[in-house]
Write a protein that binds this ligand. Structure first.
Ligand code: G3I
Length: 373
């Protein structure tokens, strides 16, 4: 295995030098020296694993693969294990792409988080309907959930150590705890959450099971997520962690709000992870819209400076919570591709990660890696 990694790294370093990705004086630096240079996960080895959301396509790209192996020691499949892509029709599982991610993780000794078993988005059209196109009963829903969760969790239980079991079940409307429009909620009410965790736990009793959500450091939503998770915990449901997604920006959250969120979830005696970190240069928007006339998507020096400060604060807080946080995962590898290039504004470029469009470390990278270990 280590020979393997070394081989991949040598190839990678060749590529890195060719594109002068990391080292300005590449030709004068020995390969040995480059190989011993720290990646993000090594800087944070005394703290928590550092992960990244990936697609099988990125893993096939030699430059991105080299970057992953150098900088990260954990991965999450960005899309391929979600119910829609992996279970497109009742008797058909599309294992290929998910197998590719799990194989890569095993071969390269990376931790792997599973994402996501129960979500109101990216589910297959057939899942909530009977053969007449009518909504299924609660019992049928549970039978389908059990079968889906058991198959998927079983298949990857040798490599996946933690699952996002239920994703984003809290409403965007602060009058409600539960997302009312979720088909799971409409068919089964809040009970579906407990069922999901029970099915996942039965399939893999070793896996750490997470509830995962966005805007999970906004105090008002923190309190509603806390209510939901506490109810599950008090009822003896096998839930082990809360995932704070971390789709943040240069505008939020504040240090105070971030600390409040981590403290509150940790007070339940659960693991806490940052599961989907990126730092947008734009304010949060939920609804899709077109780019406005005159709207700029330039990554100015001023924005870069603001983003660097935000990243600096986040990682300082994360380090302070090293006894609580069991993982920090970035959502995508570099600014070359980010889901935020199309959401919520199609075609508006975003620059939310620590590596730029040429896969070079940004100033923020150097900031988060300079601290007294
Ligand atoms: O796979 C199809 C492809 O066949 C088709 O040609 C193409 C045309 O649009 O679409 C492809 O599917 C896209 C898929 O990503 C894979 O690239 C979907 O349209 C697109 O909607 C989907 O977006 C994903 C999004 O979840 C779905 O809501 C993003 O990549 C993914 O980063 C994002 O991830 C979520 C987390 O799971 C949960 N937390 C929020 C986070 C960001 O939204």
């Amino acid at each position: 295995m280590f020979t393997n990694i070394k081989k991949i790294n040598s190839l990678a370093i060749g590529l890195l030098c060719a594109g002068s990705l990391y080292f300005t004086q590449c030709s004068s630096v020995s390969e040995e020296k480059e190989q011993s240079a720290n990646g993000l996960h090594e800087y944070y080895s005394g703290y928590f694993p550092i992960g990244v959301a990936v697609s099988p396509r990125a893993l096939e790209d030699s430059a991105q693969s080299a970057l992953i192996l150098r900088e990260f020691n954990s991965m999450t499949p960005e899309n391929v294990m979600k119910a829609g892509p992996i279970h497109p029709s009742p008797n058909q599982y599309n294992w290929g792409p998910a197998d590719a991610v799990s194989y890569y993780a095993k071969e390269n000794d990376l931790k792997l988080r599973g994402h996501a078993l129960v979500w109101h988005q990216q589910y297959p059209g057939w899942f909530f309907k009977d053969e007449n196109g009518d909504q299924i009963s609660k019992d049928t829903l549970y039978a389908r959930m059990k079968s889906h969760i058991t198959e998927v969790v079983n298949r990857y239980k040798d490599v996946i150590y933690a699952w996002d079991v239920v994703n984003e079940a809290v409403s965007d409307n602060s009058d409600f705890v539960y997302r009312q429009e979720s088909p799971y909620y409409q068919i089964a009410g809040e009970e579906y959450l407990a069922k999901a965790f029970e099915f996942a736990h039965a399939a893999d009793p070793q896996a750490k099971l997470f509830y995962n959500d966005y805007n999970a450091a906004r105090p008002e939503k923190v309190d509603r997520i806390y209510t939901l998770v506490k109810k599950l915990k008090d009822a003896g449901v096998p839930i082990h962690g809360v995932g704070i997604q971390g789709h943040w920006s240069i505008f939020e959250p504040s240090e105070k709000d971030l600390r409040y969120a981590i403290d509150k979830y940790a007070s339940l005696g659960l693991d806490v992870q940052i599961t989907e970190l990126d730092v947008s240069i734009y304010p949060w928007e939920k609804e899709r819209r077109a780019m406005k006339p005159g709207e700029s998507d330039e990554f100015t020096n001023e924005l870069e400076e603001k983003q660097l400060k935000q990243y600096d604060m986040f990682f300082r807080v994360f380090r302070d919570y090293k006894e609580t946080l069991t993982g920090v995962t970035f959502w995508n590898i570099s600014d070359q591709y980010t889901w935020l290039d199309t959401y919520p504004v199609e075609g508006r470029k975003n620059y939310p990660l620590l590596f730029d469009q040429e896969l070079k470390p940004k100033k923020a990278y150097y900031k988060v890696t300079s601290f007294d270990q």
